[in-house]
Design a protein around this ligand. Structure first.
Ligand code: CA
Ligand code: CA
Length: 494
């Protein structure tokens, strides 16, 4: 009976795919097959996934990845009743991740000319574009490099949109044997799979961490370390939870000591543990992060670009960002921005060239751990127009022309990798540090920065309105805008 039904569903699925939404009304099968949907299926904490896998099969599903280390399965099914049918002994919870993909906060790239990139300026590090890397001066990268540029056995997982392996500033910097795609929750280690498709976000992030000192382009914070591409962004620009879970586990199981996470992974931005639909997603990611920490990985994450007070969550009107916005009232602090707010993750805010909070940087006392340069292309004009050179210059990949280059982007996506790069230098100098020790060390060595008085808004002329970027800082030496302060590459190695 079950087999017969499955065949019927498969046939219905084929018809539906061929004819769009033409199957309607009373003639349609009572339980027509839906589109193939991905699910996270959680075994009870500490249990193996064997029973859960059997339930997946019995519920017309296919296990596409088994993360036994954390008791999580990634499954796919066309059965609309899959979630209900899979529930039972051996399954703690199950959640469809359909609609839970989150668009990468891409940001605009302003490219610089190739001639500029090859035109030596005679700066201390000899990199042609170093004169435009105000961010590296701010965190004392040249002073750090006089001590160390990092050790090649420190490998940083860049959970992002892939890294261009042909880039002249990155080709020598990538640990290819540790790079993979995790799109769909399943690993694919072919080089093409972890190169960028429609986004060069990860290429830019990787350059900030480890662009080579080679007489071409820019320098990264830690050019002596290696980066590994762990591609979690799909070709539509979305990050799904199963990809992030895969990414954390891949990094942990391939000897990486650090991961950089310049993204968030759920459509609510603020993921609520007390929301039944989202709870399994939170649990799966939480398990993956805990597992990676148990393997010695420190995870660094961007705070977000919404000028949002993460310590005082009242409403979240922007989500889900791949569907109809829903206003959700009464958000509490049980609603977490993942992975930025997961315990043990270093949460990074952004500053511009003045050292003041970037207008877009999210903040929050007790949430922000440290700050780093992310650029602020609006402060100079009070928001009236953009000045791209106040962004962060790094490696780019033009996805239309398929060519490598250099260019500016801004965002906490750019500040995160500065902190990650500093952490990579710290680990190079102090290889024995545990993730907890390393994160405390980053905070202890940061340059504290006090709150500005009153309501802060560097961009009153921005077109969205005079108060759109108002923000109020609270706290003392450690505060909501800057956490423990601006990371410093020199003090972690001297
Ligand atoms: Ca270079
Ligand atoms: Ca944190």
């Amino acid at each position: 009976m079950n087999n017969l039904r499955r065949k019927t569903l498969a046939a219905a699925s084929a018809v539906t795919l061929g004819a769009g939404l033409a199957v309607t009304g009373g003639l349609a099968p009572a339980a027509a097959a839906g589109p193939e949907t991905s699910y996270l299926v959680l075994a009870p904490q500490g249990a193996t996934t064997g029973k859960a896998a059997a339930r997946v099969a019995a519920a017309d599903g296919t296990v596409v990845a088994a993360y036994d280390q954390i008791g999580v399965l990634v499954a796919r099914s066309t059965n609309p009743d899959f979630a209900a049918r899979v529930a039972g002994a051996g399954v703690e919870s199950v959640a469809s991740t359909a609609g839970l993909g989150t668009a990468l906060d891409e940001g605009e790239t302003v490219e610089v000319s190739a001639a500029q990139a090859a035109d030596a300026t005679g700066d201390p590090t000899k990199e042609p574009l170093y004169g435009q890397q105000w961010d590296m001066d701010m965190i004392h990268v040249p002073q750090a490099h006089a001590v160390t540029t990092g050790r090649p056995d420190v490998v940083v997982g860049v959970l992002d949109s892939g890294i261009s392996s042909t880039h002249p500033d990155l080709a020598t910097q990538i640990a290819k044997d540790k790079s993979t795609s995790c799109v769909g929750g399943v690993t694919d280690t072919t080089e093409a799979a972890w190169n960028p498709t429609n986004s060069d976000h990860g290429t830019h992030v990787a350059g900030t961490i480890a662009a080579a000192i080679n007489g071409v382009g820019v320098t990264g914070v830690a050019p002596g370390v290696k980066v590994a591409a762990v591609k979690v962004v799909n070709d539509d620009g979305y990050i799904f939870p199963e990809a992030a879970v895969c990414g954390f586990l891949w990094a942990a199981d391939h000897g990486m000591r650090l991961t950089n996470n310049s993204y968030y992974i759920d459509p609510w931005e603020l993921n609520c543990r007390n929301d039944a639909r989202q709870r399994p997603v939170w649990q799966a990611v939480q398990r993956a992060i805990r597992y990676s920490q148990s393997k010695g990985v420190l995870n660094v994450a961007s705070a977000g670009n919404s000028n949002y007070d993460l310590a005082h969550k009242i409403t979240d009107t922007g989500s889900p960002n791949n569907g109809t916005p829903e206003e959700r009232e009464n958000l509490t602090n049980a609603c977490l921005d993942l992975p930025a707010e997961a315990p043990g993750v270093v949460t990074v805010a952004a500053v511009g060239p003045t050292g003041a909070k970037s207008y877009y940087s999210s903040y929050g006392q007790g949430v922000i751990d440290v700050t780093a340069p992310g650029g602020d292309t609006r402060f100079r004009t009070q928001g009236a127009r953009s000045t791209s050179t106040d962004g962060i210059l790094s490696t780019t990949f033009n996805t239309v022309t398929r060519t490598n280059g250099w260019g500016y982007k801004q965002g906490t996506s750019m500040s995160g990798p500065h902190a990650t790069g500093v952490a990579a230098l710290a680990l190079s100098a102090h290889p024995g540090m545990t993730p907890g020790q390393l994160s405390s060390f980053l905070e202890r060595t940061a340059t504290a920065k006090p709150c500005p008085a009153g309501v802060y808004n560097p961009v009153p002329l921005i077109p969205t309105g005079p108060n759109a970027y108002d923000a109020t800082c609270s706290g003392g030496a450690r505060n909501g805008f800057y956490g423990a302060g601006v990371v410093d590459a020199y003090t972690v190695v001297k």
